[in-house]
Ligand binder design. Structure first.
Ligand SMILES: [Zn+2]
Length: 264
């Protein structure tokens, strides 16, 4: 059985002293296939290099996170483009990008970096992976007006249910993390309940957001199984069947990538 981790941050910056051990563990178990998500240009290069080296680091998303340094975004964009053109077989998305809960004077700054990365996704015909923290309405307002909307996944989505409905109506996909295993997260589970199976993904967002029974500990890609099981149980289907559904979704979003039956 293979599991997916649609959104991991296996990077030196995130795992610090545990980095070598995490890489070692990933290489020695037959668990989740990882889509490794960069946080800025430097970690985009790092993520690509890791994917070249380790079979379980399956694909990569490149981009600049809204909490990373956004002051160099205009010069980062051509560098990200070049990185993609040199590594087309490994890079499958732009992201994560979006809005993090912001101060008033910060929003235009974040919006500029977000729009630049949407344009890059459009130009390269790549899907987008979106980060949104307390920014439901702002995210919706960006997407409702876009012409040629790239295929888009809202990652670790925790927005209000009305916004969830509106964003699903625009055709967006939603990926859930270990938050849906938390006792006090019924509001996030309600989003999961209304997300159709053909729009759903699962992920860890490791090293953060460890699912129950590891809540509070450092998260690792193989814990994505707890997220997958929570969604499958809700839909009353077994895990193999659920993984086939997610694999079909993966193939639709990331053209030519099969995940479940592809070795690399
Ligand atoms: Zn993330």
């Amino acid at each position: 059985m293979k599991y997916l981790d649609l959104h991991a941050h296996v990077l030196k910056y995130t795992y610090k002293d545990n980095y070598e051990k995490v890489i070692d563990d990933i290489s020695n178990y037959d668990g989740a296939k990882i889509v490794n998500i960069a946080l800025d240009y430097e970690t985009s290069v790092e993520a690509v290099n890791l994917a070249k080296k380790y079979p379980h680091i399956y694909k990569v998303a490149i981009g600049v996170h809204p909490t990373s340094d956004l002051s160099t975004i205009d010069s980062d964009i051509p560098k990200l483009k070049k990185l993609y053109l040199e590594n087309k077989e490994l890079i499958i998305a732009i992201g994560e990008t979006g809005f993090n809960e912001f101060e008033e004077d910060d929003i235009e700054y974040q919006r500029h970096a977000f729009m630049k990365q949407i344009e890059l996704a459009q130009e390269l015909e790549l899907p987008l992976i979106i980060h949104s923290r307390n920014a439901d309405e702002e995210v919706y307002n960006v997407f409702k007006d876009i012409k040629n909307l790239p295929t888009t996944i809202l990652h670790s989505w925790t927005g209000g249910i009305e916004w969830t409905k509106k964003l699903l109506d625009l055709g967006l996909y939603i990926s859930y993390t270990g938050i849906i295993t938390f006792k006090n997260a019924e509001d996030v589970r309600e989003n999961m309940y209304i997300t159709p199976l053909d729009k759903v993904f699962y992920e860890t967002d490791c090293p953060w957001l460890s699912p129950v029974p590891y809540r509070g500990k450092t998260n690792i890609p193989e814990y994505s199984i707890y997220v997958a099981k929570t969604i499958a149980t809700h839909h009353n289907i077994d895990i193999e069947e659920f993984n086939k559904v997610v694999s079909d979704n993966f193939e639709k979003v990331f053209k030519n990538s099969k995940w479940l039956n592809e070795s690399k």
